[in-house]
Ligand binder design. Sequence first.
Ligand code: LLP
Length: 446
Amino acid sequence: MNSSDNQNIPDFQGSMKINEKNHLEIGGVDTVFLAEKYSTPLYVYDIDLIKSRLSEFKKAFSIYKKPTQVAYASKAFSSLALYQILVKEGVSLDVVSGGELHLAIKAGFPAEKIHFHGNNKSHQELVEALNYNIGCIVVDNFTELDMINQLTSLHQKNINILIRITPGIEAHTHEYITTGQEDSKFGFDLTSGQAEKAVKLALECSYINVIGLHAHIGSQIFETDGYQAVIERLMKHAKQWNKETGFDLKVLNVGGGFGIRYTKEDEPLAIKDYVSSIVKSVEKYAIELEIELPEIWVEPGRSIVGEAGTTIYTIGTEKNIPGVRRYVSIDGGMADNIRPALYGAKYTGILANKVYAQYDTTVSIAGKACESGDMLIWDLSLPEVEQGDYLAVLSTGAYGYSMASNYNRLPRPAVVFVENRQDFLAIKRESYDDFMRLENPIADSI
Ligand code: LLP
């Protein structure tokens, strides 16, 4: 059976399908079987879909004459096993903390393919990055530039850097706007001249190799105008700075932000359309400005893992207020997916144990945390739902597990990878013992 046979069933991505038992199947594995084997809440990742998204990026960039890098943005979801897959896929990695860097090194990620981001990298994190000889640091502010200069001079170590620019362009889902004030905690702004000053200062540092510029204009973007605008702005400034300082734009990193489908209302572009628009803009401005084509780097997170992730919950209690609303509770919620509570993010769900049915019930899916705001999905159309059913919430692969917490001492869910009819436990479910491992009882003497 196919999801389009029933208009209440969302469009399935990747290897998702309905099997002969009328269960949701991912990667050839029955999600009801997974729920029973690993318990719930359970994050399930379709590895084949992750790989095909990566190859879409790589294929789309193959039209470009200069080297390109697709650096997966770890913040969307990181795990040792995912990093191991990414190593095999030959992509680069964007990390934003010593923690992500540590995990990447443990997974055997080639250090030269790692880029380090963040607006407040600590002294310790910078030392770690230099010791591992990572590929590049994306420098965010003058304090950091100074710290890197001191550390590289002290240890006589070279490091590649990109200068992060706040370009005064912000992209939202369906539009982009130019923001005059460039008011952001990230990067150097163009208007006040701080970006130019940073480039000049960095060029004077003996062990710092300024290879290019970086900008990230937002997330869940559904059009290409914002990328085109940022490319124009950065390349024009690069040309100007080249005249004034000899700065050479070898790398242009336009960040991530490519949108995905959470619900039927979302209409993202295909990856090849984002990429070809970026490539065309860079080529156009290189000709117009008479500068050499730079390498193009991107940092997709959500578009690689978002639609590949599905969360399976067990339906628990319910509360029906006649004429008002029917609340149905699940065994997870804001602790494993903060996005609805934090951003008002919309998701869709289906019953994994009876997918194809009459969708004649409307319920609101409540999380289990002690917060009225812990509502995962409002007004979801479902088949008749009862305690013990399994709810599959789709497109939860990005910023779900990675933003999970232990609020109310709820253990973080397990994460399972599925591919070719096999399941693999990538991250174990947190246990009460895991909580206790960090606790110190007060000694009698205190
Ligand atoms: N590069 C930089 C510098 C970023 O700040 C981000 C995301 C990315 C790349 C990856 O963006 P993506 O391709 O995943 O859109 N927690 C929010 C999203 C925060 C995004 C932060 N930066 C959410 O759940 O929607």
